[in-house]
Design a protein around this ligand. Structure first.
Ligand SMILES: NC(=O)c1ccc[n+]([C@@H]2O[C@H](COP(=O)([O-])OP(=O)(O)OC[C@H]3O[C@@H](n4cnc5c(N)ncnc54)[C@H](O)[C@@H]3O)[C@@H](O)[C@H]2O)c1
Ligand SMILES: [Zn+2]
Ligand SMILES: [Zn+2]
Length: 381
């Protein structure tokens, strides 16, 4: 069939919206009509090249990174299922999971399905079976980000990448839980394990960080300090449960000294748009003895330099942990978070600052870069 997609042909260029050819679903796959897709900062790393592998590596692995259809915060309706699909039916409302889960690998069976072994193929560009479903009008294969391709009106995805959701939840709101909400919330409640009465700092309160703020507040943190250079983000953070909002790490340090009598933050969660190794020493300086820093931001995948005071790390027994998808189990946590939304305990409507059509995708990303959106959402229907 023909559908419409935003194609990123190479780093440092705009998306080009064009008609594409989409193959029918194969074994275990479904055709999904997307209604909405959030514009997460992770797609942007393919634009900046931070997530681009050297061409000799992709050639050696047989992977294709560009041209690519990004978009991993999608929500839509199943319109066709291929052979062997046993978890979904036509008409089901679904959101994407940017890590597929097989339900059988060691990570899945021990409750860490965000680390499912199927994740090994996330940068390959193909569907999980190693072949392409998406092609340009003249037959060139199009890669997919995380096997999804939700910057398109339709895609063909494996059932392992789709989570069924209740039909009464508006799909533009549901899309947010496909990545940003679950990642931010889980960074606070799972990875940081925020406890009642703790002091939490969230560094970078965009589409992911705002949900770390919500998660920390609902987990019972006493102080939730949002750090963001953008005034609009600092104002908004207070609606999501931040008790304080400051513009810089330096300001956070001064505030923590005052609020905690020099004990600092039990938990610091890093959700800036781009991870930068040179900021780490300062960030770890905000962590209390015995405290934990959770690193959620995506950094340049080839960068290895960080600044870190190793004396302080050991002598103050601090922890530094990474998290993928907020250490969540998407098939459990996505419906759970939507349940909290239905009960009025999780804000989703307020996360959407602006909506755009697929043709307006470049404007949407410019607004993200300019700090205008908590989350911008592409709405197709
Ligand atoms: N680990 C994961 O599984 C995972 C999942 C989703 C997103 N991410 C990553 O999380 C990060 C955040 O994504 P997002 O969609 O919320 O991005 P975003 O652009 O919506 O928000 C980033 C925020 O960081 C702020 N910021 C930038 N520099 C800062 C600094 N030095 N100090 C404090 N704040 C600063 C910006 O003003 C913005 O509000 C990205 O790197 C994204 O790729 C990781
Ligand atoms: Zn698995
Ligand atoms: Zn994301």
């Amino acid at each position: 069939m023909k559908t419409k997609a935003a194609i990123l042909w190479e780093p440092h260029t705009d998306y080009l919206v064009d008609e594409i050819e989409l193959d029918p679903p194969k074994q275990g796959e479904a055709l999904v009509e997307f209604h909405a897709c959030g514009m997460c900062h992770s797609d942007e790393h393919l634009v900046t090249g931070d997530m681009a592998l050297p061409p000799e590596i992709t050639a050696m692995l047989g992977w294709q990174q560009y041209p690519i259809i990004c978009g991993h915060e999608g929500a839509g309706i199943v319109v066709e299922v291929g052979p062997g699909v046993d978890t979904l039916a036509v008409g089901d409302h679904v959101v994407t999971s940017f890590v597929p889960s097989c339900g059988r690998c060691p990570s899945c069976v021990t409750g860490h399905s965000n680390l499912c072994d199927l994740g090994a193929g996330l940068l390959a560009g193909t569907q999980l079976d190693g072949t392409f479903r998406h092609h340009t009008k003249d037959g060139k294969d199009l890669a997919l980000m995380c096997c999804l391709g939700a910057f398109a009106h339709h895609s063909v995805l494996n059932q392992a990448s789709l989570v069924k959701i209740p039909e009464d939840i508006p799909l533009d709101k549901a899309a947010l839980v496909a990545c940003g909400v679950t990642t931010g919330w889980g960074s606070a409640t799972y990875a940081a394990d925020v406890q009642p009465g703790e002091t939490v700092v969230v560094v970078g309160t965009g589409g992911v960080g705002m949900n770390a703020v919500q998660g920390a507040a609902l987990a019972g943190a006493r102080y939730v300090i949002a750090v963001d250079p953008v005034e609009f983000k600092r104002e908004q953070a207070q609606l999501f449960g931040a008790t304080h909002a400051v513009a810089s790490l330096m300001d956070a340090s001064g505030l923590l000294a005052e609020l905690t009598w020099g004990q600092n933050a039990n938990k610091v969660i890093v959700t800036t748009g781009e991870g930068k190794g040179e900021d780490l020493a300062m960030i770890m300086g905000l962590v209390s003895k015995g405290g934990r820093c959770v690193y959620t931001s995506v950094a340049n995948m080839n960068a290895t330099d960080v600044q870190l005071n190793l004396f302080d790390l050991a002598m103050q027994q601090k922890q530094l942990v990474g998290t993928l998808f907020g250490s969540s189990n998407p098939r459990y946590d996505i419906p759970r978070l939507l349940g909290l939304y239905q009960s009025g305990k999780l804000k989703l409507d307020e996360l959407i600052t602006n909506t755009y059509t697929l043709d307006e995708i470049n404007q949407g990303y410019q607004d993200m870069r300019d700090g205008k959106n908590i989350r911008g959402v592409l709405v197709y229907k």
